[in-house]
Each structure stands twice: as C-alpha cells, then as structure tokens.
Write a protein that binds this ligand. Structure first.
Ligand code: IPM
Ligand code: MG
Length: 389
C-alpha cells in the first residue's frame, strides 16, 4: 500500500539530503570573518523591502548617513540603494529574492534591510519563501543576534539564534506524502551548531557575561536538538570562566515572565525556531517588537533588520508615514558597531533611549502620533547634543 507515494516522498527526501550535504561542505570550507577594518571602503546596501519597510529604512539610512557623513565624504563608506525586494517584484519573478537583486546584495559588505511581506500557505498568493529566510541562507547569515535590555528591571539579554538550520533549513520543502500525511524536516549540522555556539561564548567572554544558557527540547527532539545541545556544551568547555546551563524551551518561555528568575539569564544560544519565538516574547517586555533590532551575521556578509513584519495594513489604511522606525534604528546601531563604529553605535543607542523614553515625540502608528520622519529628525537633534557634550 502507498508504495508509489512512499517512493515519491523518498525521492524528494533524497534531493533534500543531497542539497544539505552540499551546504554542509560549503560552510565547512568557509574562511574567517571579514575584517571591516581592512577594507578600503565599506558598502552599506539599503534595501527598503515592502509595506512600511521603505519608510522606516529610509529614515534609518538617513540617521546612519548623518552619523557617518565624514566617512562618506572621505570615500570610506558608500550607501547603495537596492530596489526590487518588494512582494510584487518577488511574485513577478517567482523567487524569494530575484537574481539581479541578489547579485546587487552580494556586492555590499553589510545590508540594512526593511521588512518584507511573506505569503502564507493558503493566502491565495504563490508559495514563495520568505525573503528574510532566503537572504539568511543565500548569504549564509548563520547568527541572528537579538539584544533585549530593560536596565530598570536588571534585564540584559542577548539571544544568539541559529539562523540557517533547524526547522527553517528546508522549511518550504516539506512533503505531503499523501493527502493525509505531511512531513517537514529539521536539520542540524556540526559546523552549524559549533559556529553559533562559539559566537555566543565569544560574545559572553568579550562582554564579561558569566552565563550562557543553551535552550532546546532535547528530551523530545532527540537527534537534532540533542546534537545541538551536546555540541554547544562541548564549546562551552573552552570557556571555563563562563557557567553553562541548559533549559528546555517550554520552561524557558515560562521563566522569562518570572521577575525573580529572569534577571539571571544573560546570553542564550538556541536553534532557529525556538529563537524566533522567544525573541518576540523577550522583545515584548521591552516595549514590543517595534523596539528591538536584529543582526544577521555571517562570515562574509551581515544584514540588519527590524524584528517585526512589514505591516501591510498600515499601508492599506494610508498610515505608512506614521510607522515606528525604532526597531530599524536599533538595528542600525548594531550595524555601526559591527563595522567598527562603536562610538557612533553607542551614541545612537543612547539617543534612542532618550527619545523613546521622553515622550516628546510619541509614535502611535496613527495621525494622533508623530510621523516616522519627525521622530528621525528628533533622533538626529538628540545625537547632535550628545556629540557636542
Ligand atoms: C523574524 C521573522 C521571520 C522569521 C519571518 C518573517 C520569516 O519572524 O525575523 O523573526 O521567522 O525568522
Ligand atoms: Mg520572528
């Protein structure tokens, strides 16, 4: 019974295996991280995306250009606009990232990317992969770094979410074996786990964080989560000054809302899907996904984005100009420190702390609040006073 279906599903699985084994070889043969200090010029690609993306990306690029104006004048930094990552163009090409757009992205060193709309299975649009997920894979941006800080509550968390494997590796390539039985696949590799663990522990060491928590569900997802856990623990042994602990994802989500215990967490390392879920939860404590930035780091490229979506409804209702740029601006601060402009990065974070807390320019997403560009101008004025001090 079902011989034909089993045969077809097995063929599909074989093709996936071949591609993942190839990917594994590719990531193993990669060199070291790009040294931005050694580049004559750093190219920052500015890719607006769709929905509210173009509005908040333009504002963030404007703030970056303000902070980097001397470097731009000296030819050390170039901003390059990259169009074509809209949902319309992606559907027209039936590609998560059209080839010419990907080619342009690959000519940049770092990318500031606006949110992009992802069609959901069954919403009537073609089933193209998320542009985020595709970009993370195409540029091998294996680490998704997401900080959440609430100083007054003693919360200072940094999440190191594995960004290219787990449930996302072949997330668009599951198989309906029959009309009744569907399979998806989860992928964990040695190199993929070790490199994210190393980044998390290096960060902990460099920033004097004495604890790294490995989050997984290895009691149930034994093979892939088990491998991830064991490899992270092995890497942890190279950092004797740092305490490693391990938590299942379910209890972690609970502990994050326990005010007594959550302060103890510092650095998290976790597989892709758990990282996706828990970083939204974590950002909510800080004021919502609109307040948190996200860095997607690879050895050759890095991409910085908001952690929220493209809010197409705001555009439909004519409210795009009231979109909140804070998440993109936080991502811009991460971009600055990634390419070596640490002073500028700290100034931007500080200016954002001030502007978001002061309530002088409140963003509500509607006409009773300020516009995205009014907020951006306020950030620039605050930066001016900060740098004059
Ligand atoms: C994120 C987003 C993406 C993800 C979506 C848009 C595909 O939720 O960056 O966390 O799931 O990774
Ligand atoms: Mg998410």
């Amino acid at each position: 019974m079902y011989e034909k279906q089993i045969e077809a599903a097995a063929e599909h699985f074989k093709a996936l295996l071949a591609r993942q084994l190839e990917r594994n070889e590719r990531i193993k043969s990669q060199g070291d991280f790009k040294d931005y200090g050694k580049l004559g010029k750093i190219v920052i690609g500015v890719c607006g995306g769709d929905g509210i993306g173009p509005v908040i990306t333009k504002q963030s690029a404007d703030v970056l250009a303000f902070l980097l104006k001397d470097e731009v004048a000296a030819g050390k930094i170039e901003f390059r606009t990259i169009d074509g990552l809209t949902i319309e163009n992606r559907i027209a090409h039936m590609k998560a990232i059209p080839d010419d757009v990907l080619e342009e992205l690959k000519k940049c060193d770092v990318i500031l990317k606006g949110p992009t709309t992802t069609p959901q299975a069954g919403d009537g649009r073609p089933n193209i992969e998320s542009a985020n997920v595709a970009m993370r894979k195409a540029l091998d941006l294996f680490a998704n770094v997401r900080p959440v800080r609430i100083p007054e509550e003693g919360i200072d968390w940094t999440f190191f979410r594995e960004n290219t494997e787990g449930a996302y590796a072949v997330g668009s390539d599951g198989v309906n074996v029959t009309d009744e039985v569907a399979f998806d696949f989860v992928v964990t590799t040695t190199e993929g786990s070790e490199r994210i663990a190393r980044l998390a522990y290096n960060y902990a060491r460099a920033n004097h964080k004495d604890r790294v928590s490995i989050i997984q569900k290895a009691n149930v997802i034994k093979t892939t989560d088990g491998k991830f856990l064991n490899l992270c623990k092995e890497i942890g042994k190279e950092y004797p000054e740092i305490t490693t602990d391990e938590w299942y994802i379910d209890i972690t989500t609970a502990k994050l809302i326990d005010p007594k215990r959550r302060k103890d967490f510092k650095v998290f390392v976790l597989p892709n899907l758990y990282g996706d879920i828990i970083t939204d939860e974590a950002a909510e404590f800080q004021g919502g996904v609109g307040t948190a930035g996200s860095a997607n780091i690879g050895k050759k490229y890095a991409m910085f984005e908001a952690i929220h979506g493209s809010a197409p409804r705001m555009v439909e209702e004519g409210r795009a100009q009231y979109a909140d740029p804070c998440s993109m601006l936080r991502a811009s601060a991460m971009l600055l420190s990634h390419i070596g402009y640490v002073k500028e990065s700290e100034a931007l974070d500080k200016a954002l702390d001030i502007c978001m807390a002061s309530g002088e320019y409140k963003i509500t997403g509607r006409s009773d609040g300020c516009t995205c560009s009014e907020f951006g101008e306020y950030v620039k004025r605050t930066l001016k006073t900060l740098t004059a001090q």
